[in-house]
Design a binder for this molecule. Structure first.
Ligand code: GCB
Length: 656
């Protein structure tokens, strides 16, 4: 009996291991180009944002538009269209059930291309993001296909455009998530009152908004252009001097680089526009700039002048010094380092005080909204946060630039959430999502860490080999930043932590476990953080904690869903965090969530997830005032920041 039980266990182990061994580290496509579109003396940028025409396909016939070639003429000639704003999610725009549509939708619009663009240059079409899969035609010709929401893609359209006349762009977007998409979902056919219907399900806890989520641009470049710019920075002599290393790749050069034909002139300007360093690369497309008396990039509240950015001007010159192309980008000079107990920026130990967030709002869904973005940063600064995680997908490029400017540190997360059923195909897509993310965001000083997944199911041996491959791949692309993942698997079962540099864990004490038991928070948080640290000997962050709270619901003594309860839950965590901070390896606290957000329909969600410190309309709940006091108190104690005058309102004179 004992023997057969043993063989069964061994058999299962071997089976698991062999599944693990099946995962091979195959190559993934590498992104080229995709610099954020910026105007310069050699480049023009036109926006295609606005109202587009829109058609939803029959969910039972999602490929009809391809078969019937809807892209060959105006959509309105094939189907009745409705107006649809771009950028925006399409889900909450209409009053019918477009919200729950599964499958493909179509967009089109016409646009003019000026005659002057016909000259000796290239034209590119660039999407900030389309969720989830996009097929794009210009004047009926397919120009690009892209899979993966929240990440940009582009195509050269020089030869398909009609200059000095009207053109048409058509986009087919598919929101279907399956077991090999990132994130994963399931499509099933279920019976309804009229027969059968197709439904999309997913385990992650945010609404699967879809559509053209970010701006669409047409931009021009010279024929020989700066295709890539990669920047790394360093500080020396106790942060007195700085170094900017740049490497550029060029597209379309007639003669190759080895012939010393092309060279780069790099100029670095400070905030006042004064030239502080310059260099001309000698037949190479890379070089270093030395910056004396540097102003390092510091996080918000860690320095009186946070988010200091220089402007790097890259000029591509021909052998005869003719100016071929110019691209400018902002650069922050800082160093990152980490060890088994701490994470340092510019040599100073960091304690993260931040949020998990979502790109989510009423009506626009996940569509880029500058008003919302600026409001969110104002709230982040008001509350004294110095960081957030882009849970659970890459956020807009505009928000990354804003974080650079304001000194907000970003844990940059790829779109892998609730990752399970590990397969070779999923691994390839997951790695590709990280490749695209790192390619897009590697030059941002605000990005201080990569998060390779949120709450992956890391309890199996397959997870071990899967995350070893994902983590090593990420390191192969960027060694300058540490890697984390937000883990909810108990530390006793987890197989991924050993592959990370920093352990982040999500836990909902007094909410999903021991609901309502405020007396079972503090010690549990301490015990779990200690256990994670003991298991891996790495710095630990609590990356999610919180409680759903209906704004305006007050119940004393505290009771679940009330504002009092949220405040108590936070306060009990604060106590645990202060104990943990004394241990020397606990490096951060991230509330779940910054604001209320929409989810799929469920009886545990009242109009969505209500764990926000702010409402979905970005107004504070009572807990926001409490959190503000803590974040500023931490800022004062750890980083000697100033406390805003209005933080303590006058009550009475305290007699000590
Ligand atoms: C989690 C997830 C997050 C959810 C949150 C919750 O662990 O990472 O996406 O929204 O819990 O509120 O359930």
């Amino acid at each position: 009996m004992a023997f057969s039980f043993f063989s069964l266990v061994t058999g299962l182990y071997v089976l698991h291991s062999s599944i693990a061994l099946l995962l091979l580290n195959k190559e993934v496509p590498i992104t080229r180009g995709m610099l954020y579109p910026r105007e310069s003396e050699t480049r023009e940028v036109h926006s295609l944002d606005g109202i587009w025409n829109f058609v939803r396909s029959d969910p039972d016939n999602p490929t009809q538009g391809i078969r019937d070639k809807w892209f060959e003429k105006d959509l309105s000639k094939s189907q009745p269209t409705i107006p649809m704003p771009v950028p925006a999610s399409y889900n909450d725009i209409t009053t019918d059930n477009l919200r729950d549509h599964v499958g493909t939708v179509w967009y089109d619009r016409r646009f003019f291309v000026p005659r002057s663009w016909r000259t000796d240059q290239r034209v590119w079409l660039r999407f900030g993001s389309v969720h989830y899969e996009a097929y794009v035609w210009v004047n009926g010709k397919r120009v690009v296909k892209h899979e993966m929401g929240h990440l940009p893609f582009e195509a050269e359209v020089t030869d398909v455009l009609m200059y000095g006349s009207e053109n048409r762009i058509t986009v087919m977007c598919d929101n279907a998530l399956i077991q090999t998409s990132v994130p994963q979902g399931k499509i099933t056919e279920v019976p309804n009152d009229n027969g059968m219907t197709i439904v999309q399900s997913y385990t992650f806890d945010f609404f699967n908004y879809a559509g053209i989520h970010r701006s669409v641009h047409l931009y021009t470049t010279p024929k020989t252009l700066i295709e890539e710019v990669k920047v790394t920075t360093n500080l020396k002599n106790q942060n007195a001097d700085g170094e900017v290393s740049y490497s550029v790749s060029v597209k379309g050069s007639v003669v190759n680089e080895a012939d010393n034909d092309l060279h780069i002139q790099a100029n670095l300007y400070d905030k006042e526009g004064l030239l502080v360093a310059n260099a001309t690369s000698d037949g190479k497309l890379e070089g270093e700039l030395q910056v004396a008396e540097v102003k390092p990039w510091w996080p918000y509240l860690m320095h009186p002048d946070p988010g200091y950015l220089y402007q790097l001007e890259i000029k591509l010159l021909a052998a005869n010094e003719e100016l071929l192309d110019v691209y400018r980008l902002k650069v922050g000079l800082r160093t990152l380092s980490w060890d088994q107990t701490q994470f340092l920026i510019n040599g100073k130990s960091v304690y993260f005080r931040g949020f998990g967030r979502h790109e989510d709002s009423d009506i626009r869904g996940k569509g880029l909204d500058n008003a919302l973005m600026v409001r969110d940063f104002n709230l982040l600064k008001w509350i004294g946060a110095n960081a957030y995680r882009t849970s659970h997908y890459p956020y807009s490029e505009e928000s990354m630039q804003f974080a650079d400017e304001h000194g907000i540190m970003i844990i940059d997360e790829c779109p892998s959430v609730d990752t399970e059923n590990f397969s070779q195909e999923l691994l390839g897509k997951h790695k590709s999502s990280l490749e695209q993310l790192i390619h897009r965001d590697r030059n941002h000083p605000s990005v201080v860490m990569w998060s390779i997944a949120n709450e992956p199911r890391t309890g199996s041996l397959t997870a071990d080999s899967y995350f070893s491959l994902v983590a090593n791949f990420t390191r192969s692309l960027d060694k300058t930043r540490p890697i984390t993942a937000a883990i909810a698997t108990p530390y006793t079962k987890d197989q991924a932590g050993r592959h990370l540099d920093i352990i982040s864990f999500n836990r909902y004490n007094a909410w999903y476990t021991n609901t309502g038991r405020l007396d079972m928070v503090t010690q549990n948080v301490i015990d779990e953080a200690v256990a994670w640290n003991k298991a891996y000997q790495k710095p630990v962050i609590m990356s999610e904690y919180g409680a759903d709270t209906l704004e305006g619901l007050h119940i004393q003594p505290a009771y679940v869903w009330s504002e009092e309860f949220q405040m108590e839950v936070f306060s009990r965590h604060f106590k645990a965090f202060d104990e943990l901070r004394k241990k020397g390896w606990f490096i951060g606290e991230f509330v779940w969530n910054f604001a209320d957000f929409k989810t799929a329909q469920s009886y545990t969600r009242v109009g969505g997830n209500k764990k926000g410190v702010f409402t979905r309309a970005r107004q504070p709940k009572a807990v926001a005032h409490l959190l503000r006091k803590r974040y500023f108190a931490l800022g004062r104690d750890l980083d000697q920041c100033n406390i805003p005058e209005d933080i303590f309102i006058y009550i009475a004179e305290w007699k000590s």
